[in-house]
Each structure stands twice: as structure tokens, then as C-alpha cells.
Design a protein around this ligand. Structure first.
Ligand code: ADP
Ligand code: MG
Length: 460
């Protein structure tokens, strides 16, 4: 790639990191970055200067993403480059009374990686490794399938198809495969691409008559990790191209890993032959992690952030933020950022204040009472409320009950345990099971999908 300005490089860095990092991290640390300049002299003194508004953010950025920024910049410019992060004068001027910081800029060199940029290291998020992936019931099957694929690419499950809702670790596991396989064999060509990017590149190469280049890029790899396959739906030309790439790789014994938001056969607008092929290897799903796993994930993320959080705070977050892992991570980052700025210790009290705010700011779901949810569910399925709470296991009652669990989780503020208590004294794992089952059935069973949609409409 031909790059000439700091702004160009920064733009590509932001594009990459927008895909790789969780939103809160991206918003907090990457989006505010400004380009100062990019100088390249004949002597191998190439540097990229980026600016950020204050010292705290600068410290965080360097600690957490210094290496990654260097690495990315290096890949983008195709050679050694020192990345410097400065508190930028423009942003600092906005801080009214910080005269000592004033307009002064304080460059700090981020040590560039020792290896030369020529090695074809795949562009992967360094944090998305197997080591950093917390295994629980909801993901252990997917995790071990990915691990095996990384040990013997092309020789175990091919293709490997991962599916699950947003933020449950599909992208993480794909990158982990890439890292792990490449660490053992630096000659392996690993390509990670979202199907959206694949589509754009394809269109661009068709338009500019560079199809041979496109073929070479994707047909020459040893491991192709293709993410968010659902974006290919309704795009027959790209699907056809992808299918040829796919078959080419498969026939040459190369590994393909695909991730999508639902199982192959329920993908819409997808060519039949593709769906058939997708299902021929191994298909495994990622479900929402249970409470214990969520606590373990938080513990591990806190460790990565080098933050010490008391156990009660970890449990509080895990109970309170019940969505996917990305939301969980967002809540943690939010709390840590708050504590960092306000110099407060992350106590239970601080956490509840910050997270109340987190939920409000997200404004994700209207909050209803469990009574309201039960009322509407009972009416829709024509199952009385006492029957919903009873141990009765007839098919219709059990379905209505699980839908109630699912919607209670969506629309109330209650934790899984609290929902369980309200639903006839069931424990949180029963509720978690019901919620996950409905989440899956929505994708696979039109009847359930319709029920949930219609009841949701009534609840709003
Ligand atoms: P998906 O691709 O399924 O939408 P991601 O792989 O992007 O989800 O995961 C979202 C975030 O949650 C990432 O930061 C990822 O590291 C984290 N994450 C998901 N599952 C786990 C897990 N089991 N252990 C640790 N982190 C996880
Ligand atoms: Mg993803």
C-alpha cells in the first residue's frame, strides 16, 4: 500500500482497530487519536506521531496498545516505524487550568518490534489468543474444536463452522487459531477477513480488473478465517467467487474456518451448495456463558488490564450485565476508566453507581416488571400464571415458561437467580438454559421466532 501522510496511516489503523477492539475501548482510546505527522528520511528514521488529549489516556494507550500500534503502523507502511504518542497541544489547550501541562508535547517512544516487517505475520488482534479465552460450558466444544484445528490445520475438521450471537467469542477464537498455528509454523499463510471486507475487495478488484491479484491473495493461503459469513447473503456474485475460493482451498487441503450468526442451514439468501458444504465439516455453536464463566471472564480481563477488582465487584458486574461478553467487557472498561479518572477504588458502591449509568447510557432495553412479562406470556400462550410457575412439563407450558425466562432477561432488570425465584423457585442454571434454548430456537424455529416477536411488540 502506498501511504504518504500520517492521516492516511491513522485512518487505516482506526479501521483495523474498529474491527479488533471492543467498542468502549475503541471509543475511549483509539477514536480520539489525531494524526500529527509522518516523517520518513533516507536514513532509516521513520516516525509516526499521533496525538491524544490527555496524559491519562496517553498512559493507557501506550500500556495497552503501544505494541499493537507499532505493529500495525509497520504493516501499513511496510517497514520499520517508530510510533510516538503525544499529548497534543490542541487538545491540551482545551483543558483550562492545566498550565503545567500546557501546550507542551511529551513524546514517548513506543519500542518497535524487533522482527523486520517482511515476515508475513497475519494481522490479528494479539489479545485474541487461546490463553486469553475463558472456557466454560457454553463454549468448551467450540474451543476444543478450534484448538484441534490450530494443531493440525486442514487435517481435522474442515471447514469448521462457528456460530452464535454477537459478542460470544467467535472472532476471538478465529484469531486464536491464527495465532496458534502461525506461532508453531511461521511459514503458514494465515488470512483473516470478514465476509464484508471480502465482498468489498472483490467488487474493487472486479472494477479495476485486478482479479488475478484477488485470486492470489485468497487462494494462496494455508488457513482462511472468514468472519460474519451472514453478510454474504443476497450477494450471488460474491458468493460464487467465495465458493470457488472455498473449493480451491478445500481441495488443496487448506483449512477454512467460518463464523456466522446462525447455523449454516438457517442462513438466508445463501446458495444451497454453499450451505451444504458449510455443514460438511464440523458445525459448533457458542452460547451465552453462565454466571460462573462470566465471573471468570471478568477476572481474566481485569488481570489483562492489570487492575485489581474485589470478588464482590466481579460478581456484581457478572450478575448485572447479563448480555454478551462484549457488553461485560464494556462494563468493566467503563468502571476502570471511571476509577482511573476519579482516583476512586473500584468498590461495590462505585461499581453500582457507574453501572447504573452504563445501563442508562446504553438505554438498551425498556425495563419492565416480571409481572408484566408473565402477564403477556400467559395470555399469548393461553397458559395460566400459576401453571407457568408450576413444575408442569407439558410441551406448551414448558415452551411458554422458557419464553418467559427469555423475555424476563430481555426486559427486566432481574438477574438470572432473581428470575428463577420469581418463576416458581428455579435456580439460575435452569433459567440460563431456558434463555439460551430460546435464543437458539428463535433462529431455527419460525414458531418460536414469531411468538417472541409478537410478545415483544406487546411489551413495548
Ligand atoms: P463475536 O465475534 O462472537 O461477536 P468476539 O469474539 O468479538 O465475539 O468477542 C467479543 C469480546 O468478548 C472480545 O473482546 C472477546 O475477547 C471477548 N470474549 C468473548 N468470549 C470470551 C471468553 N470466553 N473469554 C474471554 N474473552 C471472551
Ligand atoms: Mg465477531
Amino acid at each position: 500500500m502506498q501511504v504518504s501522510s500520517a492521516a492516511d496511516i491513522l485512518r487505516v489503523i482506526k479501521e483495523q482497530l474498529a474491527e479488533q477492539l471492543s467498542r468502549p475501548k475503541y471509543e475511549l482510546l483509539i477514536r480520539p487519536l489525531t494524526a500529527i505527522d509522518y516523517t520518513t528520511n533516507d536514513s532509516d528514521d521513520t516516525r509516526l506521531r499521533l496525538g491524544i488529549s490527555n496524559e491519562v489516556l496517553r498512559g493507557w494507550l501506550i500500556d495497552q496498545y503501544g505494541d499493537l500500534l507499532s505493529e500495525l503502523a509497520q504493516l501499513i507502511v511496510g517497514g520499520e516505524v517508530a510510533v510516538e504518542i503525544e499529548v497534543s497541544a490542541a487538545a491540551a489547550a482545551q483543558l483550562a487550568d492545566t498550565t503545567e501541562r500546557g501546550g507542551e508535547t511529551r513524546p514517548l517512544e513506543v519500542v518497535p518490534p524487533r522482527e523486520p516487517a517482511v515476515i508475513k505475520k497475519p494481522l490479528l488482534n494479539p489479545r485474541y489468543t487461546f490463553d486469553n479465552f475463558v472456557v466454560g460450558k457454553a463454549n468448551q466444544f467450540a474451543n476444543s474444536a478450534c484448538w484441534q484445528v490450530a494443531q493440525r490445520p486442514g487435517a481435522s475438521y474442515n471447514p469448521l463452522f462457528l456460530y452464535g450471537g454477537v459478542g460470544l467469542g467467535k472472532t476471538h477464537l478465529m484469531h486464536a487459531i491464527g495465532h496458534n498455528a502461525w506461532e508453531r509454523d511461521h511459514n503458514l499463510q494465515v488470512a483473516y477477513v470478514s465476509s464484508e471486507k471480502f465482498t468489498n475487495e472483490f467488487i474493487e478488484c472486479v472494477r479495476t480488473g485486478r482479479m488475478p491479484e484477488f485470486h492470489q491473495r485468497y487462494r494462496g493461503v494455508d488457513i482462511l478465517l472468514i468472519d460474519d459469513i451472514q453478510f454474504l447473503s443476497g450477494k450471488p456474485e460474491t458468493q460464487q467467487e467465495f465458493f470457488h475460493t472455498f473449493m480451491h482451498l478445500l481441495e488443496s487441503g487448506k483449512q477454512i474456518v467460518i463464523a456466522g450468526d446462525r447455523p449454516p442451514r438457517t442462513l438466508k439468501g445463501m446458495e444451497e451448495r454453499m450451505v451444504t458444504r458449510f455443514s460438511m465439516g464440523l458445525v459448533c455453536d457458542l452460547a451465552e456463558p453462565g454466571l460462573e464463566t462470566r465471573v471468570a471472564i471478568l477476572r481474566q480481563k481485569a488481570l489483562l488490564e492489570q487492575a485489581q477488582l474485589p470478588e464482590d465487584v466481579l460478581s456484581f458486574i457478572a450478575e448485572r450485565v447479563r448480555g454478551n461478553v462484549r457488553e461485560l467487557e464494556g462494563a468493566l472498561i467503563r468502571l476502570l476508566a471511571f476509577c482511573d479518572f476519579s482516583q476512586a477504588a473500584p468498590s461495590l458502591e462505585v461499581a453500582s453507581r457507574v453501572l447504573a449509568d452504563f445501563v442508562d447510557a446504553g438505554g438498551i432495553r425498556p425495563r419492565l416488571s416480571i409481572k408484566q412479562v408473565l402477564g403477556v406470556v400467559s395470555e399469548y400462550f393461553n397458559v395460566s400464571e400459576p401453571l407457568l410457575l408450576s413444575p408442569n412439563r407439558s410441551k406448551r407450558v414448558a415452551l411458554a415458561r422458557m419464553v418467559a425466562m427469555y423475555l424476563a432477561r430481555e426486559y427486566t432488570n432481574l438477574t438470572l437467580s432473581q428470575i428463577g425465584a420469581e418463576l416458581g423457585g428455579r435456580d439460575h442454571s435452569t433459567i440460563s438454559h431456558g434463555v439460551n434454548k430460546i435464543a437458539r430456537d428463535i433462529l431455527e424455529d419460525p414458531y418460536v421466532e414469531q411468538a417472541v416477536t409478537q410478545i415483544s411488540r406487546l411489551l413495548k
